[in-house]
Design a protein around this ligand. Structure first.
Ligand SMILES: *Cc1c(COP(=O)(O)O)cnc(C)c1O
Length: 389
């Protein structure tokens, strides 16, 4: 199911834009739908996990609405996300996770009857029991397993969930709280796992969770295996193999069990583009720079990942004498900081003032993690390519 990054509809749209329209986020909702259709199809066998889209990757309401038919629900990580997702997709199935939930957030989750709360600590479980009173609440306990996460983009070490010693204390709390219904275990251990590593980790979670849940007396247990499916910014066409994953993860499930996953990045990343134009090209101390309109205050991804963000160059300059460069060029933005780098010393045939640079893979952890107000440049426009709209 390889579906190469499709630049056609994006470049066609960009052709119709003027310089004042840049920078722009172009969201290819048709491509998002197509990708989600393929993921859904790959996870359709008996035993295949349910899919809850992790809203924090990109909570744009248009994304949420477009994804709704292809996912089983949404994972939210704050009271704000909870309200936002329910406003965009009324009646959606919701799982509410994240460390440091306040009483107000837990009350909101109870009021709005979220389907599952992922409990992150024994103290949170006690507070939830008190707040719920005689209202039934369905919870998964989040476990934080040790073990080697070598090679992952981000290991979720730290305050996420409970280690196997701490989670033992939940048995006693649950025994006193009959309205808290333990439905299963949640684990989100790392981000950036390829297909094989993801399957090994799934087995590890199941091996730990099954005896624990049996001891706790949970029938028809649910096991949430988390998100973190890898995307490769250095090679945008190399995608997580949902087909192979779907086949093999379904085989891990046992009758009576419900598996669930909550991917974010690997679902939405390919549907977004940050498109802008070249304002200046110059040399400084032997290095060639192209200065682009906008900057990493609008797409923070290359700074947080420390990578060269992938892009496609669309020649746009009609001036013969426009400043231009060939060979190794560093693409920077308008911020007054040397950290404002999209891509460093990348090989380019030719880049000139007036050319258009379309950064791909900007549909996840891009706009919504960025510090938009720094330097007060104009905000990007948002364009949705959606043939259903
Ligand atoms: C961020 C997060 C996800 C999604 O991770 P991706 O890498 O975007 O797939 C899923 N579950 C939890 C608990 C998270 O914190």
């Amino acid at each position: 199911m390889r579906n190469l990054v499709n630049t056609e509809s994006v470049s066609a749209h960009v052709r119709g834009l003027a310089a004042e329209d840049f920078p722009a986020y172009i969201y290819d909702i048709d491509a998002l739908r197509q990708h989600a259709t393929q993921i859904r199809a790959a996870l359709s066998r008996p035993g295949a996990p349910e899919i809850f889209y992790a809203a924090k990757a990109n909570p744009d309401a248009v994304f949420l609405k477009a994804l709704a038919p292809f996912v089983d629900g949404f994972e939210v990580a704050s009271g704000g996300e909870l309200e936002h997702v329910l406003a965009a997709v009324p009646g959606a199935r919701i799982a509410f996770g994240g460390p440091g939930k306040t009483d107000a957030e837990l009350e909101k989750a109870l009021d709005l009857r979220v389907e599952r709360i992922h409990v992150e600590s024994p103290y949170e479980l006690k507070r939830l029991a008190n707040l719920a009173g005689s209202t039934n609440v369905d919870v998964l306990l989040r476990v934080n397993l040790a073990g080697s996460r070598a090679g992952v983009a981000l290991a979720m070490t730290g305050p996420f969930g409970m280690d196997p010693d701490l989670i033992e204390s939940c048995h006693a709390i649950l025994a006193e709280a009959p309205h808290i219904r333990l439905r299963g275990i949640h684990a989100h251990l790392a981000s950036g796992l390829g297909t094989e590593a993801m399957l090994v980790q799934a087995q590890e979670i199941l091996d730990w969770a099954r005896p624990w849940l049996e001891k706790a007396g949970v029938v028809h247990p649910e096991i949430n295996l988390g998100g973190g499916m890898a995307v490769d910014y250095a090679s945008p066409d190399d995608r997580f193999d949902w087909q192979a994953y779907g086949l093999r993860v379904s085989e891990l499930a046992r009758p009576g069990e419900t598996l669930r996953i909550e991917p974010g990045r690997a679902i939405s990343v390919y549907a977004g583009w940050y498109v802008t134009d070249v304002l200046d090209v110059k040399q400084a101390h032997g290095e060639q720079f192209a200065v682009l309109r906008g900057g990493t205050m609008q797409i923070r991804t290359p700074v947080t990942k420390g990578h060269n963000h992938p892009f496609v160059l669309l020649p746009g300059s009609d001036q013969e004498d426009a400043p231009a460069a060939e060979g190794a060029v560093t693409l920077v933005g308008q911020l007054c900081t040397p950290k404002d780098v999209f891509a460093r010393q990348v090989q380019i045939d030719r880049i000139a003032v007036g050319d258009i640079v379309a950064f791909s893979m900007a549909g996840a952890y891009a706009w919504n993690i960025s510090h938009h107000d720094f330097l007060m440049h104009p905000k990007p426009g948002f364009h949705y390519l959606d043939s259903h709209a």
